[in-house]
Design a protein around this ligand. Sequence first.
Ligand code: NAD
Length: 304
Amino acid sequence: MKVLVAAPLHEKAIDVLKNAGFEIVYEEYPDETRLLELVGDVEAIIVRSKPKVTRKVIEAAPKLKVIGRAGVGLDNIDLEAAKERGIKVVNSPGASSRSVAELAVALMFNVARKIAFADRKMREGTWAKKQAMGIELEGKTLGVVGFGRIGYSIAKIAKALGMNVLLYDPYPNEERAKEVGGKFVDLETLLRESDVVTLHVPLIDATYHLINEERLKLMKPTAILINAARGAVVDTNALVKALQEGWIAGAGLDVFEEEPLPADHPLTKLDNVVLTPHIGASTVEAQMRAGVQVAEQIVEVLKG
Ligand code: NAD
């Protein structure tokens, strides 16, 4: 049986496929025309956030039984077309949770201690000791918006740091909350009482611009906002205003409404913001886990 690997995949995942006796065709991010040529005789396709597996691609693959997405979001796969043909779609939703949580914590420390700012100043030849006064995290309150896989992972770390944990989620998991010493409150209370607010909700209609002008104004002027979920969960224009006018103290952002973030974007002009280019899942461990989990599911579908 043939598996088309259409995106970079960890070698351990390739081994899983090879050990199952599959023939592997590897081509990195083929465009649709090339993909149509490649899928003619494959039983499985593995992609990441690219390339797109469109209806046309699915129709050109008569032997296709399973599509694997090494990662979370399935928006590059035509799920409806796959379903119509009875093709299974598998992914690895939990593979990067710890990595994203650790990045959110890194951003939290970075903003709290003004590390990126101090580093920039040192490279400019300025010893910015006075301007780099920070805050400790122990004893502070972390507000976790979205208490799913990543939210739970960061709450565990926050507990170990000696932070108080407030949680907001329309589907509260009380058992997990108890485990992290967290308390469910409504969103407004969380925003009012937290020293750091970290976002871990999916981007859906209900969470589009969830953090808007009105809600940013509820936050403490000393508070820090972390967004490693999706850019559009925050109203960027309102956030820029909040950071410029001191409604909040700082922000750590891994995701943006427009990606890549334009070089001259107002966020890049602000010293109280730390920016990373959507690297939440970019760790060796997360990539390995994502690949292996998807490869194992493909073996199960094709051989199970
Ligand atoms: P998850 O599905 O395990 O958890 C999401 C949680 O959000 C759930 O508990 C859900 O009940 C809750 N939720 C849904 N609607 C809500 C609302 N209106 N208000 C508050 N909570 C709400 O997802 P996860 O694995 O923890 O991932 C969370 C998000 O992180 C993903 O959807 C993705 O957008 C983002 N993510 C980012 C990166 C990155 O590279 N920065 C990597 C992976 C995931």
